[in-house]
Design a protein around this ligand. Structure first.
Ligand code: J2J
Length: 550
């Protein structure tokens, strides 16, 4: 079903992608049964003590899809999903793919501020949450949110249901119909392969974060092709370390490519080495994906950690800048080949190849996966930079959508008239033929791979009565690479503390990882010639002052 606010690929390109086999013209829910027919009795997913075969997974997903239809959800509807790394997430994801319901993939760290915004933007008909997670009552939050929706909004809970209006997600995995009859009912409800399969969150550059509609065709291709580049096959045991709602563990190559290529997915609830290492040893995991901050903890813990990590072949690291000196330690410490991944939920994926020279693996962020990916590096005026020069990366291709969902004004800036996505990243082509990320022009803070929109932070701080103007910048952080610093010009005579700022974020229900870690009170902000806050100068000013104090 077509959704308003989705920018399609131009018709002639879509035909080309289909004719040339980039897109295969079948929804992900159909592929699920192809996998089940191919590998029915093999294990598809392991979650703690639970092992589920490909056939069981398809049957659970079908049962769930049937119940979702009965709850009134159908092709063209959107739901908000906030779940931990569990096999039930996967069953739900696939159930949605059977009937054209698109999950908006939120993070467990998100709170009311983010969820309300996403629920409004995608006009969701259901919210799926765990009962609680790390002591936070997600069920309560979801029920409160659902109660304020203009239309009926179901709450599905994984775990202990403690309020009547909520539906027990696990009870929906029970089948009420004969599998064959059920299958034909669901086949009849199958969505078009060009329609939206899922929504991913963008880091966002202006105001509140945007969401990205990914189609069945484009997302299947992106995962399949990534899997080929990374050598995924029936022997692959993919450990899901990062949160499942991220593009990285879900589709690059991640969970989806593991299933496409007949491997096994292992769900991990926490990326901590003390949790991950025993699971790697027990499940003989062969590949996983990490952000640099987690890779760092693994490398520190691996020697003498007492666990056999010898099954690991490939360790993917991406999402934020990886220091080359540290990169060189990852492979030897974990006994695996490092693969740098420079990806984006907006599409384009770059990987170093396992057989690249070590030097290229350590120093570069890889190259695109597809011969149909287009990359253009441009200067501030939009002109291509000379060979070897650094410029903003623009991209188009079979898995890079042509616009954000329901964001026409933002799209006019974020995409060129010819459909190129402006990544906001400053990169150059290295002599090895790979890309190197040099910096960015977009206004965000990349905290350990989690992207925080600076204007979103500024809006919260500027609402405080003491604040005349606020601006958010990234400062270097030893653990996360970057952290959020807010700089404030207070009203005359007003006092403001970091604690007060942080309390405001908590009171508004903003995700914890976005809460500023530093506050600087200033008389004025340095300005650029066109009168905008000069964040580069401001950052330098704060760093220099800190050095002076040290
Ligand atoms: C520097 N910056 C990087 C890298 C992403 C795989 C891997 C990562 C993401 C991701 C993803 C970087 N070095 N290796 O979706 O499938 C920064 C860039 C980029 C932005 C995208 C995947 N890898 N980045 O990180 O949508 O600035 O996707 O534009 O969260 O992260 O962020 P996101």
């Amino acid at each position: 079903m077509h959704r308003d606010g989705v920018t399609p690929w131009p018709a002639e390109l879509a035909e080309k992608y289909l004719a040339e086999g980039y897109w295969r013209g079948r929804p992900l829910g159909h592929w699920m049964w192809t996998w089940a027919e191919r590998d029915g009795d093999r294990v598809a997913v392991v979650d703690g003590e639970v092992s589920i075969t490909y056939r069981q997974l398809a049957e659970y997903a079908d049962a769930l899809a049937d119940h979702l239809l009965d709850l009134g959800l159908h092709d063209g509807d959107n739901i908000l999903v906030q779940l931990p790394n569990t096999w039930e997430f996967l069953a739900l994801f696939l159930a949605c793919q059977r009937i054209g319901v698109a999950p908006v993939l939120a993070l467990l760290a998100h709170r009311e501020h983010e969820l309300r915004y996403l629920a409004d933007l995608a006009d969701v008909r259901a919210i799926v949450v765990p009962d609680q997670w790390h002591g936070f009552d997600h069920q309560r939050m979801a029920l409160d949110l659902a109660a304020t929706r203009p239309q009926r909004c179901e709450v599905l809970v994984l775990g202990e249901r403690h309020d009547d209006p909520a539906v027990d997600l696990r009870s929906l995995l029970e089948r009420w119909q004969d599998p064959a009859r059920l299958r034909s009912r669901l086949d009849a409800s199958a969505p078009d392969s060009g329609s939206v399969a899922l929504f991913l969150l963008s880091g966002g550059t202006t105001g509140t974060p945007k969401i990205i509609a990914r189609t069945h065709d484009d997302y299947e291709y992106n995962a399949r092709c990534s899997g080929e580049v990374c050598g995924f096959g029936p022997d692959t045991v993919y450990l899901v370390t990062l949160p499942v709602g991220h593009n990285f563990p879900l589709g690059s190559p991640g969970i989806l490519a593991t299933l496409i290529h007949g491997g096994r997915v292992v769900m991990l609830r926490s990326p901590k080495p003390e949790v991950a290492f025993p699971v790697i040893e027990r499940e003989r995991a062969t590949v996983t994906s990490l952000v640099p901050a987690i890779a760092y903890r693994w490398v520190e813990a691996a020697p003498g950690g007492g666990h056999d990590l010898s099954s690991l072949r490939l360790v993917q690291v991406g999402g934020s800048v990886l220091d080359p000196a540290f990169a060189a330690r990852i492979g030897p410490a974990l006994g695996a080949t490092l693969q740098q991944v420079y990806g984006m939920a907006e599409g384009l994926l770059n990987y170093t190849r396992p057989d690249d020279p070590v030097d290229a693996i350590v120093r570069t962020q890889g190259r695109p996966i597809s011969d149909a990916d287009e990359v253009l590096l441009v200067d501030e005026d939009g002109r291509p930079v000379p060979p070897g020069g650094t410029g903003e990366l623009l991209t188009r291709g079979p898995y890079t959508p042509r616009g954000y969902f329901r964001a026409p004004e933002h799209n006019a800036r974020a995409f060129t008239e010819d459909g190129w996505y402006r990544s906001g990243d400053l990169v150059r082509w290295d002599e090895t033929g790979n890309l190197v990320v040099e910096g960015r022009v977009k206004d965000l803070i990349n905290r350990g791979g989690e992207k925080i929109s600076a204007p979103e932070i500024e809006a919260v701080v500027e609402a405080l009565p003491q604040v005349r103007r606020a601006t958010a910048i990234a400062l270097p952080d030893p653990e996360y690479g970057e952290s959020v610093c807010v700089c404030v010009v207070p009203h005359t005579g007003a006092a403001l503390t970091l604690t007060q700022v942080r309390e405001e974020f908590t009171a508004r229900g903003v995700a914890k990882f976005k809460i500023p870690e530093r506050l600087e009170l200033l008389a004025d902000f340095p300005l650029t010639p066109v009168g905008k806050v000069d964040k580069k100068a401001l950052r330098q000013q704060i760093l220099t002052a800190a050095e002076g104090r040290a």
